[in-house]
Write a protein that binds this ligand. Structure first.
Ligand code: TMP
Length: 209
C-alpha cells in the first residue's frame, strides 16, 4: 500500500529547478511532511554511474535507443531501491525530473515515438505515476541564457536550440494532456513570483487537507 505522495519537478535548461526544489522541500517539511529528495537520472549509486555516462562527453554519439534504455535502467534501480520503499514507508518523494523528461528529451528532442516510451514506462513502473508534477516553463532562449552562465555544458546542454524547442513543446503537450497532474509554472518571472505560484499550487493540491 502506498502512503507517501510522489512529486516531480520538470523543466528545460535554466528553468530554476534547483532553487525551486529547495523551496518546495522546505514548504513540505514546514507542513510536517517527511521528504526524500532525489533526482533522475541518478538517485542511487548505480543510477549516478549511469548519469555520468549519459551526461558526460565520453559517449557523445550514443544511439538514441541506448540513451532511452539507460534512462529507464537508472529509473528501474531508483524505483525499486529507493522510491517505492520510501512511498511504502509513508515518506513523500520529491524527485528532480522523472519520466516526463524522457517523453520531452528522448521523445520530443530525439524524436522517439511516445508509444515506444510508454511501453518502457509501463514495464518499469507498472501503474506508478507521480501524484503531481510541477513543470517550470520558460522560453528556450531565456533558459539557455541563464544556463550559459553556469558550468561547462553537459551532453544534453550541448544540443542545438531546435532540440530544446522540441523538448519544450513536448513538455507543454504532456501538460495539456494531463492538466490534473501536471501544473505549469511560469518560470520566466522573478524567483519570488515563481515561488508564490508554486506555494499556491501546493496549497490547492498536495497540501489541501
Ligand atoms: P539535470 O538534472 O541537471 O537537469 O540534467 C539531467 C539531464 O538529463 C537534462 O538535460 C535532461 C536529461 N534527461 C533526459 O534526457 N531524459 C530523462 O528521462 C531524464 C530524467 C533526464
Amino acid at each position: 500500500m502506498r502512503k507517501g505522495k510522489f512529486i516531480t519537478v520538470e523543466g528545460g535548461e535554466g528553468a530554476g529547478k534547483s532553487s525551486n526544489l529547495t523551496y518546495i522541500q522546505s514548504r513540505l517539511e514546514e507542513a510536517g511532511i517527511e521528504v526524500l529528495f532525489t533526482r533522475e537520472p541518478g538517485g542511487t549509486d548505480l543510477g549516478e554511474d549511469i548519469r555520468e555516462l549519459l551526461l558526460g562527453h565520453k559517449h557523445t554519439g550514443m544511439a538514441d535507443d541506448t540513451e532511452l534504455l539507460m534512462m529507464f535502467a537508472s529509473r528501474a534501480e531508483h524505483l525499486n531501491r529507493k522510491i517505492i520503499p520510501a512511498l511504502e514507508a509513508g515518506i513523500w518523494v520529491l524527485c528532480d525530473r522523472f519520466t516526463d523528461a524522457t517523453y520531452a528529451y528522448q521523445g520530443g528532442g530525439r524524436n522517439i515515438s511516445f508509444d515506444r516510451i510508454a511501453m518502457l514506462e509501463n514495464w518499469v513502473q507498472g501503474k506508478l505515476r507521480p501524484d503531481m508534477t510541477l513543470l517550470l516553463d520558460l522560453p528556450v532562449e531565456t533558459g539557455l541564457e541563464r544556463a550559459r552562465n553556469r558550468s561547462e555544458p553537459d551532453r544534453f546542454e550541448s544540443e542545438k536550440i531546435d532540440f530544446f524547442d522540441r523538448v519544450r513543446a513536448a513538455y507543454l503537450k504532456i501538460a495539456g494532456n494531463d492538466p490534473e497532474r501536471v501544473k505549469v509554472i511560469n518560470a520566466s518571472k522573478p524567483l519570488d513570483e515563481v515561488q508564490a505560484q508554486i506555494q499556491s499550487t501546493l496549497e490547492s493540491t498536495m497540501l489541501k487537507d
